[in-house]
Design a protein around this ligand. Structure first.
Ligand SMILES: *Cc1c(COP(=O)(O)O)cnc(C)c1O
Length: 367
């Protein structure tokens, strides 16, 4: 079976973990500090704060911005559940705004209509690895005095108008979960430029204490610390981030060249002013294709090819989220959730496997 994703652990990660184990300091310490500095250098943001998941990064960021019960946060319903759960975690209400059907990111032209006097922030999601429309979204945020939080769990190393993701929104949240472009099993990172907010987040992730202020509890806190063991893996992975990105982009362009001309298949849209880091390579299967998306998925499975649907329905359809917004029944989120199909993509995916996948899709298309 060709899996949809596969992480790469080599000897440098193994050695780095061994060295932490032998150092006697396995919890958050010097290695995590160094990892934070790696992110500062790479993104150009002033501060980086490590946490133990992308979800924790989102939760801590919303808390850091003072978002609480009674507040509204605008976001996309076409994302991983953590984006929206983090809004509930601080007691605020998610307000869903539809996406563009070609880029899968927030349709900025629909944001203003969703703003009320309770709106405090917009969470953008750089879905599949391509940045959202930051110029337009930041202009709206400025006009209404809202914060922009970038859920960049899938977009490490991407850039927008020559600026790295991590230094575009007010706060950026990365995930280092096992399937992400670089990873350490479970982990997350927050980058930002505001000192006060960064101090608030540092307290929040460590029981309400600031570094060097043991047992001085200033406010509610959690234990969202990352271990040096995980940090050591993440640091080694981070050294390869540009290499990994190039590999993923190369795989994507190979897929593009094989699949572009197949009737009923839409290949990913790449915007010229930003880089797509292809956390996922996601095609759309439209009515012109000879089989339905789910039939194609099953046929590929019988041929030993794993695919996935990210995501099978918009989050606005889950009852517990008490969804607000997205009233248009013919919304893009619902439409694309029925058409998207993500194909295998990871740095070790061979050219032979890519050709096999594409030839199999072509064969199915013509059968
Ligand atoms: C993975 C992911 C998250 C959550 O990250 P975890 O590290 O798994 O908690 C949040 N948002 C998006 C878009 C993701 O893909």
């Amino acid at each position: 079976m060709i899996p949809i994703t596969k992480f790469t652990i080599r000897n440098n990660e193994r050695r780095a973990v061994m060295s932490v184990l032998q150092s006697g300091h396995i919890v958050e310490g010097p290695v995590v500090k160094a990892l934070e500095q790696d992110f500062v250098k790479y993104t150009g943001a002033k501060y980086a704060i490590a946490v133990n998941s992308g979800t924790a990064a989102l939760h801590a960021s919303l808390y850091g911005l003072g978002i609480k019960q009674g507040d509204e946060v605008i976001t996309t319903p076409f994302t991983f559940i953590a984006t929206v759960n983090s809004i509930l975690m601080v007691g605020a209400t998610p307000i869903f705004v539809d996406i563009n059907s070609d880029t899968y990111t927030l349709d900025y032209s629909k944001i203003e209509k969703a703003i009320t006097n309770k709106t405090k922030a917009i969470i953008t999601v750089d879905l599949y690895g391509q940045p959202a429309d930051y110029e337009e979204i930041k202009a709206i945020a400025k006009k209404y005095k809202l914060f922009v939080i970038d859920d960049a769990a899938q977009a490490i190393s991407a850039s927008y108008k020559n600026k790295k993701i991590g230094n575009i929104a007010d706060i950026t949240c990365f995930s280092l979960y096992a399937t992400k472009n670089i990873m350490c099993g479970e982990g997350g990172m927050i980058t930002l430029n505001n000192f006060q907010i960064s101090e608030k987040i540092k307290r929040f992730k460590n029981h309400g204490q600031l570094p060097g202020e043991k047992y001085n509890y200033a406010e509610l806190g959690y234990n969202y610390r990352l271990t040096d063991i995980a940090g050591a893996i993440a640091r080694e992975q981070f050294k390869k981030v540009d290499f990994v990105t190039k590999k993923r982009q190369k795989i994507a362009s190979m897929y593009d060249s094989y699949l572009t001309h197949i009737k009923g298949i839409t290949v990913p849209t790449k915007k010229k002013d930003r880089t797509h880091v292809f956390h996922q390579y996601t095609i759309q299967i439209t009515k012109e294709f000879s089989y339905s998306r789910d039939e194609l998925r099953n046929l590929l499975k019988t041929k030993g090819i794993q695919t996935e649907v990210y995501y099978p329905k918009p989050l606005s359809e889950y009852a517990y989220l008490h969804a607000k917004g997205l009233k248009d029944s013919k919304n893009n989120s619902t439409l694309v959730s029925k058409q998207v199909l993500s194909l295998p993509i990871y740095p070790d995916l061979s050219a032979t496997d890519i050709r096999y996948i594409c030839h199999t899709i072509k064969y199915i298309a013509n059968s």
